[in-house]
Design a protein around this ligand. Structure first.
Ligand code: FAD
Length: 279
């Protein structure tokens, strides 16, 4: 099936409609051919998509694949978080993506509960021991709210040492940033696997908007070239597939422990990349 020792994983977001749910079943079926380590499902901060996430996680488990719910902690009390984790545990979940989440602007003041992801990792570790494999987020190009690169790395190291088992990165198109980040945190005594998060490119304008807010940089040469294709989606896809596949090849060749794909609930581009990589 696959000549790669490095595992793949695929991320989904919860759908709102029965049609969306059915389509996601088909998408996962297509992606299962790559023998993923797990499928994950995002969750809105403050519990906004809790039911959808729970439904998706239940579907994934029923299909026989390990499932990792994302759990953003802001806007929820520790009791609410533990109740949700109890539910996941009872379902058979062994893998959690522990996150802070983003506080909607104007809501932060006076908020109680957990403030940062390292506190969530501590809570999970303290309450459940090693029942859950705890995954955390990493930002090779640094988190957009970080006070400085150093500060962000120190915060990551604190979060990892709180009991994380591995990390998934924000997406990036600059492999050097990833390798530098891994070197930096290893130099500070953190040697958990840090898996690159990979975002295929389907549309330039959407990606550009999203990248501005999450602190991922589209290199100038790539941005200008993609922009020059305007509405020629076939040309955008062709270039983007080459660029992303080449980056994945380099990441795997130079030691990345696996790849985590942001599927946006679509199998097409992700499957092409995985096939080209020889999976
Ligand atoms: P943290 O690690 O808490 O860091 C947040 C910021 O605070 C950073 O700038 C950091 O430097 C700083 N910081 C950290 N700890 C401290 C501390 N103790 N004291 C002071 N400053 C500190 N969001 C969702 O809402 N739902 C999802 O499902 C989701 N899935 C994601 C999956 C992945 C793989 C990634 C990379 C991100 C995901 N996000 C999701 C987005 C994420 O919630 C946001 O990027 C959020 O702003 C930060 O989350 P974090 O867990 O990295 O936070």
């Amino acid at each position: 099936m696959t000549g790669h020792p490095q595992k793949l994983s695929f991320e989904f977001f919860p759908t709102r409609t029965p049609e969306g749910r059915a389509k996601q079943v088909t998408t996962r079926k297509q992606l299962r051919q790559f023998a993923p380590g797990f499928f994950s499902c995002t969750s809105g901060a403050g519990g906004s998509t809790k039911d959808g996430t729970l439904q998706t996680i239940t579907d994934i488990l029923n299909e026989g694949t390990p499932a990792a719910p994302h759990l953003p902690c802001v806007g929820q009390t520790p009791q609410e978080i533990v109740e949700l984790l109890d539910t996941y545990k009872a379902l058979g979940v062994r893998h959690i993506v522990a996150l802070r989440g983003d506080i909607p602007s104007g809501v932060g003041a006076g908020m109680t509960g957990l403030r940062y992801a390292n506190e969530l990792v501590e809570l999970i570790k303290h309450t459940y021991g090693s029942h859950f494999h705890i995954e955390i987020a990493a930002y090779p190009e640094y988190h957009p709210q970080a006070r400085s690169a150093e500060d962000d790395i120190n915060n990551f190291v604190r979060k990892a040492k709180a009991g994380a088992d591995s990390a998934i990165t924000q997406y990036f198109y600059n492999a050097d940033a990833y390798f530098r980040f891994v070197d930096d945190v290893q130099g500070r005594g953190v040697d958990i696997p840090i898996v690159p998060g990979i975002m295929p490119i389907a549309s330039f304008s959407k990606l550009a908007r999203f990248s501005d807010t999450c602190g991922a940089e589209i290199p100038r040469w790539l941005r200008l070239k993609l922009q020059s294709y305007a509405d020629d989606t076939a040309a955008i896809k062709a270039l983007a597939l080459d660029v992303v596949t080449e980056m994945c090849e380099r990441l795997l060749r130079e030691g990345a422990p696996g790849l985590h794909f942001y599927t946006l609930n679509q199998a097409g581009l992700v499957s092409t990349i995985c096939q080209r990589l020889g999976y």
